[in-house]
Write a protein that binds this ligand. Structure first.
Ligand code: UD1
Ligand code: UDP
Length: 375
């Protein structure tokens, strides 16, 4: 009897990190029947990833609403997953990380009686309001999951400290590295032609150092984004030898302050969210990265790019420990000070730009599939 897998995700980062697992399961058609369900908590930003990885979707709940709120999104996901779970009757439901899709799908999977498998399990800040609501989402997913795929030993230890049975936890590395390795090979191939990358080549001034920025966290909405933007403006105006490129997240709570405050600054380029290969290409070309993203914190150490994290907490202490990543919060003067230190001191820059690989070897999906094969 084939094991039935239902892989559920909804946002851009979940799709990037689940794509390698979907592809790996599909290599075993005699052992597994694998289906993909997207909540489409994100729409355009999710579809960009599905296109690149050529993921075929079996169930599309199409739930994104403009400026959606957590109450409606959560209840819509749980309610709309019921018929999917009743139709397919999976043995295993896979969720990823810490979004609202993760939390709601893990509960729906639990209600259905399937074994719930949590990929990227065990990340913690131990502060339930930061990141908000992700810290609580991942705690709920841990609570209802049967199998926990922890990216690092630190995340495994967090789970064991919560009395989760050791035999149900596997350290796998992070599937983001599987995705990154797959994409870098494609982006670097001579045959790969990408319109976005060609456009970026025309935008980038090769004589200037490139500072790449991303940001979207809910706890930074409002004053946090105002501080970030006014820091970026000052950095751009006082360092004429750099250019800032900022692919702006589609959330209107991000778009509005960013375009209002930075839309007319000379050496800041605001652009649409990039497809994954174009973003990987741009990370590789950048001198340093400022972000509040989780995934970017994991990718940048593998590319040897220093990252200033515009958050007060991180659930990813591994890159902090190896020194590629520094927390700067959303305090304007701290962002300016640490960015200038990296721009103006070669020795500071060299210390932070060493290649490190704390998040895996690109074989996380393979380990997860082997584990499920042997259950
Ligand atoms: C969500 C996740 C967050 C994750 C992030 C990755 C929650 C609560 N938040 O935050 O954990 O780090 O995704 O980016 O699960 N929008 C579009 N098109 C898109 C995507 C978003 O227009 O393709 C706009 C819509 O107006 C949408 C809004 O952004 O309502 C917010 O999307 P939502 O998924 O609720 O929050 P994010 O900030 O994207
Ligand atoms: N990313 C992308 N295009 C962009 C910006 C980011 O493909 O314009 C990728 C990035 O490489 C990383 C992921 O999106 O893998 C991070 O997503 P995000 O920051 O939205 O979410 P988080 O990781 O914070 O949950």
């Amino acid at each position: 009897m084939k094991k039935k897998n239902l892989i559920i995700f909804g946002t851009r980062p979940e799709a990037i990190k689940m794509a390698p697992l979907v592809k790996k399961f599909l290599q075993y058609p005699n052992k597994f029947e694998t289906k993909v369900c997207i909540t489409a908590q994100h729409r355009e930003m999710l579809d960009q990833v599905l296109d690149f990885f050529k993921i075929k979707v079996d169930y599309d709940l199409d739930l994104m609403r403009a400026d959606q709120n957590l109450y409606v999104l959560t209840s819509d996901i749980v309610t709309n997953l019921k018929p999917v779970l009743e139709d397919f009757e999976p043995d295993f439901v896979y969720v990823h990380g810490d979004t609202t899709t993760t939390m709601a799908a893990s509960i729906a999977g639990f209600y259905s009686g399937a074994k719930v498998c949590h990929v990227e399990a065990g990340l913690r800040t131990f502060n339930k309001r930061s990141p908000f609501p992700e810290e609580v989402n991942r705690n709920i997913a841990s609570c209802v999951s049967d199998y926990h795929f922890a990216p690092t030993k630190t995340s495994r230890d967090n789970l064991l400290n919560e009395n989760i049975k050791e035999s149900n936890v596997l350290v796998t590395g992070n599937t983001v590295i599987d995705a990154l390795k797959y994409s870098i090979d494609i982006v670097n191939s001579d045959k790969f032609l990408d319109q976005e990358i060609e456009l970026l080549k025309k935008t980038i001034n090769v004589g200037k150092r490139l500072v790449l920025v991303t940001g979207h966290r809910r706890e930074n909405h409002g004053q946090g984004f105002i501080n970030i933007c006014s820091a970026l403006k000052e950095i751009a105006q006082t360092n004429k030898d750099i250019q800032i490129i900022y692919p702006v997240h589609l959330n209107p709570r991000v778009q509005e302050p960013v375009y209002n405050l930075l839309g007319s600054v000379e050496n800041i380029h605001l652009i649409k969210p990039l497809s994954y290969p174009a973003f990987v290409w741009l990370m590789n070309k950048s001198y340093l990265i400022l972000t509040d993203s989780g995934g970017v914190q994991e990718e940048a150490p593998s590319l040897g790019k220093p990252v200033l994290v515009m958050r007060d907490t991180t659930e990813r202490p591994e890159a902090l420990q190896v020194g590629t990543v520094l927390l700067v919060g959303t305090d304007k003067s701290k962002i300016i000070k640490e960015t200038n230190r990296l721009l103006n001191s070669k020795s500071n820059y060299d210390t932070m730009s060493k290649l490190h690989n704390p998040y895996g070897d690109g074989k996380a999906s393979e380990r997860i599939v082997d584990y499920i094969l042997n259950i």
